[in-house]
Design a protein around this ligand. Structure first.
Ligand SMILES: [Zn+2]
Length: 432
């Protein structure tokens, strides 16, 4: 192989903004240590803090979280329990009792899985082992939150459990009066939606049990769940129906990327409870269909868009070890922007319906109103400048003021025309 010299532009970034939001969370994922050098751990901890990162998701068993806990870092534990697996010593019981194990669509036993219908109707039988796991991790720990990562497919691909117990419970719950015996294949055809709903309800019931165990181990711990955004895909592919889960949750977390309708559906499913959407900083352009940001400004705008779209509580990031200088810098600008807006946005009413906007896709602009003040946030997610126009309520345009140094705006009659620089942002404020 012959390689020649290549040229790369070198960009010297300004110092990180070093502003931390008070209430909002910028929370990258980080589990066990992937760094073995203390100088690297120290640098990541320092960069994270100065980028406005005050929460992480994963564990405290790494050199970054351990350095930041004394400074006030909040950590959400990713609870290490795969759905319906036998916890701890209960694995031995399952080995001796194949009748309580899950069965796949071909009628074969699924290794290391309990039948969900059995598991829920006999929860007390295996509860002690699951409680031991929760207790060991949470009691007297520094975790402020605990999260169940639920991404367990229901029918995509066909998985489990098609045992007689499950089929009978499903038929009863779905109100089917079956003349003939129900065949597993029918669950993927005529009964697909009802079957998915049945499994999603079982997962929601399980979440209720987990909540009890978490709270028993640590009463003030915040209980959350991570999955995909609310959609048919998430119900079928992850077994998660968000509207069923909210009652058992203090916080919802979903991701990744920004799909306006699905982010809004998840936010609405959580009602008044907080929800964090996720953004991916995962630099593998050859193997991952998610395109990495072109630089810090695009990354900042992605974070801010997700923050505004998912309800102004924060953003989950996948994941910390791939974040480099540009990612930290963009994050630090997003954190500074969020820190400046979060007090206004806390309890503000979403008022996109009062505006007509051209030049920006829905979801790349957001409007909120509180205490007689309206703020419209315009985000350019393109590498070209964008011309946008806004038509708002009567009298709005005349009083509009513009903030943000990455665009300009001018009012003409009832219309405000704004020009946004590539990956720029603007906030338009008015009192009426
Ligand atoms: Zn079953």
């Amino acid at each position: 192989m012959v390689t020649g010299p290549s040229e790369m532009p070198l960009t010297i970034l300004p110092p990180l903004r070093d502003v931390r939001p008070k209430r909002s969370r910028i929370a990258p994922c980080y589990y066990g240590d992937v760094f073995s050098n203390d100088a690297v751990r120290e640098a990541y901890a320092d960069n994270a803090w100065r980028s406005g990162i005050t929460w992480t998701y994963g564990t405290t068993s790494n050199g970054v979280a351990q350095r930041l806990l004394p400074r006030g870092l909040g950590v959400i534990l990713s609870f290490p329990w795969e759905p319906w697996t036998p916890p701890g010593e209960f694995a031995k019981v399952l080995e001796l009792r194949p009748d309580i194990g899950a069965i796949d669509f071909a009628g074969k036993p699924v290794p290391r899985r309990l039948c969900p219908t059995w598991a829920l109707s006999h929860f007390d039988d295996w509860r002690p082992e699951l409680a031991k796991l929760a207790d060991g991790l949470l009691r007297d720990s520094t975790y402020r939150g605990v999260n169940w990562d639920l991404e367990e497919p229901v029918v995509d691909p066909p998985t489990f459990c098609t045992c007689e117990r499950c089929l009978a419970a499903f038929a009863k719950e779905a109100g089917l009066s079956l003349k003939a015996e129900l065949k597993p294949a029918e669950l993927l055809g005529p009964h697909r939606d009802a079957w998915v709903a049945f499994r999603c309800r079982q997962n929601a019931t399980m979440l209720g049990h987990l909540r009890e165990l978490f709270k028993a181990a640590k009463p003030d711990v915040e209980v959350s769940l991570y999955s995909g955004y609310a959609s048919r895909y998430t119900r079928e592919h992850y077994g998660v129906d968000w509207p069923l889960l909210a009652q058992h949750l203090d916080l919802g977390i979903a991701g990744y990327g920004y799909d306006r309708a699905n982010v809004a559906a998840t936010r609405e499913a959580m009602g008044a409870k907080p929800f964090l959407g996720g953004e991916m900083y995962y630099l593998s352009p050859h193997t991952d269909e998610r395109v990495p940001p072109s630089g810090p400004a695009e990354w900042r705008n992605r974070l801010v868009r997700q923050y505004l779209g998912s309800g102004c509580r924060g953003v989950l990031i996948w994941w910390l070890p791939t974040m480099e200088g540009g990612a930290f810098y963009g994050t630090s600008e997003a954190a500074e922007l969020i820190a400046g807006e979060e007090e206004f946005l806390d309890g503000a009413e979403r008022v996109e319906g009062r505006f007509k906007v051209t030049g920006l896709p829905a979801g790349d602009w957001h409007a909120f109103r509180k205490g007689g003040e309206t703020r419209v946030y315009l985000l350019n997610l393109k590498e070209q400048a964008v011309e946008a126009t806004l038509t708002g309520p009567a009298g709005w345009a005349a009083g509009v003021r513009s903030r943000g140094n990455e665009g300009t705006s001018a009012a003409e009659g009832e219309v405000v025309a704004a020009t946004l620089r590539p990956f720029g942002w603007l906030c338009l404020t008015a009192d009426p």
